[in-house]
Structure formats: structure tokens, C-alpha cells
Design a protein around this ligand. Structure first.
Ligand SMILES: Nc1ncnc2c1ncn2[C@@H]1O[C@H](COP(=O)(O)OP(=O)(O)OP(=O)(O)O)[C@@H](O)[C@H]1O
Ligand SMILES: [Mg+2]
Length: 114
């Protein structure tokens, strides 16, 4: 099993969701997050304290899939739907996942996903 995490522009939420629905992924989790990338942003002194004002609101998707084929499909769908070509388009990460369980049935592993 492979977990894919993608951080994208807020305004790309619907586009990415549609792209994932179109390839029929079996589950997604979406978070509202704050983050910064390579540009690092900047800090400002507010009432004597250094305050980090560089974090920007982003949307994070988490998707768990059963194979490398699915991993490729999901990453491709996200890249295409989240792309604008300007800085701040986001990042996609993926990694091997140890376990999964469907709570209702106690199915584990691939069975928990399909
Ligand atoms: N190395 C990282 N680790 C964790 N989160 C990251 C990392 N890089 C980017 N992010 C997340 O992705 C969001 C968007 O990153 P961003 O697109 O600005 O990346 P970038 O490397 O600066 O690329 P670009 O030059 O296109 O802006 C960030 O706000 C942050 O939430
Ligand atoms: Mg950036």
C-alpha cells in the first residue's frame, strides 16, 4: 500500500477532487493546512516579537492506494489538475504504508481499500 499526500492551492480543491473522482479512487481525506515552500516566505516584527507571516493557506489531500500503478495514476491526476505553472503550485509526496483496516468489517491490507 502506498500513501500519497499532495499540498495544492486552495482554489484547486474542486479541480483536484474532480480529477480524483474521475479516476475512481476509493477514498480521500482533505485538510485545510498552512505551509511554505522553497521561497521560505519572510518574518516581520509585530509588537516586538518576530512573527512568521509567511505561512499561506493550502489544501492537503491524502489518498491511500493499493499499487504502484494506482500511485502513478493518482500523482498524474493531481499534477495535471493542480497545475498553474506559477510558484506555489504545491508538492506531491508518496511513501510505503504499513497497514490499513476497514473498521466496519475488520478487513486489513488491500481488502480494506477495495
Ligand atoms: N519540503 C516540504 N515539506 C513539507 N511541505 C512542503 C515542502 N515543500 C512544500 N511544502 C508544502 O507545499 C506547499 C506549496 O509549496 P510550494 O509549491 O511553494 O513549493 P516550492 O518548492 O516552493 O515550489 P515553487 O517554487 O513552485 O513554489 C507549501 O505551502 C507547504 O505546505
Ligand atoms: Mg514556493
Amino acid at each position: 500500500m502506498i500513501k500519497i499526500e499532495a499540498i495544492v492551492r486552495e482554489e484547486k480543491l474542486e479541480d483536484v477532487k474532480s480529477a480524483l473522482n474521475a479516476i475512481e479512487v476509493n477514498g480521500i481525506t482533505v485538510f485545510q493546512v498552512m505551509g511554505c515552500g522553497a521561497q521560505k516566505g519572510w518574518t516581520e516584527t509585530v509588537r516586538g516579537s518576530q512573527v512568521d507571516v509567511s505561512l499561506l493557506p493550502k489544501v492537503k489531500f491524502e489518498i491511500v492506494v493499493s499499487s504502484e500503478d494506482w500511485e502513478k495514476k493518482v500523482i498524474e491526476a493531481i499534477q495535471q489538475s493542480a497545475f498553474t505553472g506559477k510558484i506555489g503550485d504545491g508538492k506531491i509526496f508518496s511513501y510505503d504504508l504499513r497497514s490499513a483496516m476497514r473498521i466496519r468489517t475488520r478487513e486489513t491490507g488491500y481488502d480494506a481499500l477495495n
